[in-house]
Design a protein around this ligand. Sequence first.
Ligand code: NAD
Length: 521
Amino acid sequence: MGVKMLKKGLSFLDGKNEETSSDFFESQNPSNLTDIIAVFGSATKPQVEKACQRAKEAFKVWKKTPAPIRASIIQNLGKLLEKNKEALSKIVTREMGKPIREARGDVQEAIDTCNFFVSEGRRLYGMTVPSEMPNKELYTYRRPIGVFACITAGNFPVAVPSWYFVPALVAGNTCVWKPSHDTPLTSYYFAQLLYKAGLPEGVFNVVFGKGENSTGAWLIEMVGKGLIDKFGFTGSTAVGQKIGETCGRHLQNPCLELGGKNPLVVMEDADLDLAVNGALWAGFGTAGQRCTSLGNLILHESIQEPFLKQLLQKVSEIKIGDPFDESITYGPMISETFLKNHLRNLETLIEPHHKLLTEPNGQVTGKKKWKNFVGDADRGVYPFPTIVANVKPSDKIYSTETFGPLFNVMTCKNIDEAIALANNTGFGLSSAIYTNTPKIIYQWKEEISAGMTSINNSTTGAEAHLPFGGNGKSGNGSRQSGVWVLDQFTKWQAVNWDLSGKLQLAQMDTGYVEPDLQYTI
Ligand code: NAD
């Protein structure tokens, strides 16, 4: 595996089959726009349908393959990812611009996910349940659902897809994956590792392409054709809503992992050094392009001044630039489109009453410099860090995901106000609080509406065995990772086995003992 590889025209892949398309799209290195990494074709509607048909056919055999054998292929995948970790991380960095140490973390999360689910293949436990009648046994089984289709975003091009198809495959489903159009080459190599791991033909299929009026939209259409049994989507709330509507019409319950406007609260008793570092990482790690990135920093009014002084000092010292440099805080945006969206947000969301705590803002260039820039800013799409103060709950910027290195500052008088500001954006993905008071922590844990919360840690960071997901505009309550995700990829079957040799009726032929209600003490 090398980083110089250029794949041209590939549109659909199931291990052996590589069909070409006439509708091409490029993958461009965001830290060097002249570096076109790959040219892929968008899979056509018939190709998407063919991929789903293959998955449907392969399901007949895959579901009967013993779960420990299915999981052994995932074990192979984990080993292959370990062996190729550095090479794949370099492709991630070159293709979507996250710093190389974060790219290694992205790949490591997929390895951890494989390691966790290998042994789940030896569990997938059901239960034996006592019956209310004699000579009768009750059982529950986890059964695979069928063809699982997923569409993923480009900000975690290895970890997030692995959260879907590693457990989906172990549980006996077959897959069709439409990876992000921002990271086709990373996805191509990831898929190659899955085939190398030993997956039988048709079990895992990749359709490359764009979203709207393209491959992504056609994959969603396949739900209506009865070719998909379960959908998973990681991306923007707007697209997630469309998928939710389609799946709902067909009585399916998709796994929707969407956007966030994540709050980070700093109370008066917090360790300020710790909280400043947490806010810095939550706000500017991955150039703010994580679903769990900081959206609203909520400061107790008594510590606002010293906190902001310390934060702004640290912000002024961060290194931006070449994502292959080990010491940078962040590199370029994922692509030119993401930079344009960031610049548009600066224009449309910042209002006259807001105060920008950082200068300058917009795009870093050779002329409009960042003091600690590493590399050549004119070659890529680099944004300045932006912090916006005087934000009110009625402002659009308070409740709009900005998906760039931009966050708001708000103040609170007490924990009740902090929780209200944290909960009222409509999103509910991640959250964080810095405090050392157990009573405040207890109230926060009980009342925060986000699916995930950190205490004395930043809003970002996931582990392969802890549930990941959000509420409200952040998702439909589905959870990925750990044992919890198995409920997404299996359906419960209830079995009762009557050995009595006669028709026994539940509730009617039972030997319940009637109490003597005449007795009083
Ligand atoms: P996006 O919704 O534009 O694209 C995501 C994927 O959907 C891509 O593969 C894209 O090609 C496809 N797509 C886009 N429009 C489509 C359409 N009309 N029909 C079918 N497919 C379509 O999102 P993005 O801008 O690439 O990614 C950033 C978003 O993803 C942010 O909102 C971020 O918070 C979210 N995200 C969420 C999680 C999570 O786990 N909750 C993780 C990562 C990213």
